[in-house]
Design a binder for this molecule. Structure first.
Ligand code: NAP
Length: 429
């Protein structure tokens, strides 16, 4: 007779409430799949008296989250959130006590992941985090287990549902960023403080985890260049469409001969390619798995059910006895790769110049671009009323990021240019 597998659950909010509910209502079927009985052994949250979706009244309650690490349990689920306490001490204490840990906490792992992975291995227990990157999409397992044969050349994807919703709605309704953000907040698709999402940090946390899995580097959010979507205008979205592109906030991580390129930034993706059609709150990740080719993973990247689904899958894996290093490489083998310098980044660019419609302005822009070897593939200029503001929009051939930046700095100081030029890379594939 195999002993029950006992689970201590820290956090009973969106994700923890879902996990408790599934363990209490679908526990029998999941136990059959796991090959042993899954038992909710203890729970913890801030407020013992708060009404909960799952009836946890018969489950032992522990007030102090860190003390949950001492509960009579095989595994601790941390779904409190936050980069620091008490989540960090709870995970550390649980691993120290040789308990397996499942967490959905991308912010914490993107900073402390390497150190926690090392502790887990020293203690001989698994640390799992499928829910921490792209919610319900099984990209963590994909990169840790399924796509390792030929190595991973690169990953890029839509990692934040709030930003994807905002960009999708801006295109669909022609409304400005601020207006669509307010609507997203009213509908519960964006937090009251949306900065983590629209500023790109949430995507950066997830990208740091995916990079670790793909390239064997310690997860390090500080190594990710981050740019959000606040400056994306409806004009850019409309012009991009005229060139057959759509603007998406992408997380991109690639091995280059010059180092590891890790970026979160808005990019143009060609209509008809897999990421262009991923709309609203959906996430998607393309993993280029060497000779095995590209694989696209798509689905719901957040929300109670998708995230609960990912947490439960980790619990069942561990109950079955699956082990192996947290990031798919032994923790002591994780090695930082120097970041690729910006001049190593080559791509085509979308450029927008808000100019006064005067003779010679286009020639001036073209001269500065030519000086930096930036050649133009196509161009749109609209609303020709001499002396009035007008947008000149271009798509360049492939060139280095630093060359375009230098040209734009020179162009930006001209008195014919009314606002800092806009520059967005074009991402292929
Ligand atoms: N929501 C999603 O769609 C989603 C998606 C992917 C990953 N995640 C990650 O999942 C984690 C949880 O997110 P969530 O949306 O479920 O958060 P949430 O709804 O805010 O729930 C947080 C839970 O933690 C409890 N808690 C907070 N501080 C505590 C403390 N000091 N001691 C004990 N318990 C404490 C809260 O207790 P009370 O209920 O008593 O206040 C609540 O039950 C985060 O790391 C998040 O990044 C969430």
């Amino acid at each position: 007779m195999i002993e029950p597998f006992r689970i201590a659950l820290a956090g009973l909010g969106h994700v923890g409430g879902g996990v408790a509910q599934i363990l209490l209502t679908r526990g029998a079927e999941l136990s059959r799949r796991a090959g042993r009985e899954l038992q909710l052994a203890a729970v913890c949250a801030r407020d013992r008296h708060k009404p909960r979706r799952a009836d946890v009244s018969s489950i032992p309650w522990i007030d102090d989250a860190v003390a949950l690490a001492n509960a009579d349990a095989d595994l601790v689920v941390e779904v409190i959130g936050g980069e620091g306490e008490p989540a960090l001490s709870l995970i550390r204490a649980a691993l120290e006590n040789r308990k397996a840990v499942v967490t959905a906490n991308k912010a914490l792992l993107a900073t402390h992941g390497a150190q926690l992975a090392m502790l887990a291995e020293e203690r001989g227990v698994p640390l799992r985090f499928e829910a921490a990157a792209a919610g319900g999409i099984p990209i963590v397992k994909g990169l840790r287990q399924s796509l390792i044969t030929y190595g991973i050349d690169g990953i890029h994807g839509i990692l934040n549902g709030t930003c994807n919703y905002i960009l999708t709605q801006m295109e669909a309704t022609g409304r400005a960023f601020a207006e669509v953000l307010a609507e997203a907040q009213a509908r519960g698709y964006a937090e009251a403080d949306p900065e983590m999402d629209v500023g790109g940090m949430d995507s950066a946390h997830k990208l740091a985890l995916l990079s670790a899995l793909a390239f064997g580097v310690p997860p390090d959010v500080r190594a990710v260049r981050v740019e959000g979507i606040r400056h994306i205008s409806r004009a850019d979205i409309a012009f991009a469409k005229e060139f057959n592109y759509r603007i998406k906030l992408l997380g991109i991580a690639r091995q280059t001969p010059h180092g590891l390129d890790q970026r979160v930034q808005p990019a143009l993706v060609r209509l008809g390619t897999p990421l262009a059609d991923v709309g609203f709150v959906f996430n998607a990740v393309v993993a280029n798995a060497g000779a095995a080719g590209p694989f696209t993973f798509e689905g719901r990247g957040a929300g109670e059910e998708p995230t609960t689904s990912a947490v439960i899958s980790d619990i069942v894996d561990i109950a079955r006895g699956e082990r192996g290093p947290a990031f798919g490489w032994p923790a002591k083998e994780l090695r930082a790769i120097p970041p690729a310098p910006p001049d190593a980044h080559v791509s085509a660019y979308y450029l927008r110049f808000d100019v006064r419609d005067l003779p010679g302005v286009l020639a001036e822009i073209s001269t500065y671009l030519a000086r930096e070897d930036v050649s133009i593939e196509s161009m749109i200029q609209r609303g020709r009323n001499p002396g009035e503001p007008v947008a000149i929009v271009m798509v360049t051939h492939e060139c280095s990021e630093t060359a375009v930046s230098r040209a734009l700095t020179a162009i930006g100081i001209s008195d014919k240019i009314l606002a800092p030029p806009c520059m967005i890379p074009i991402e292929n594939g």
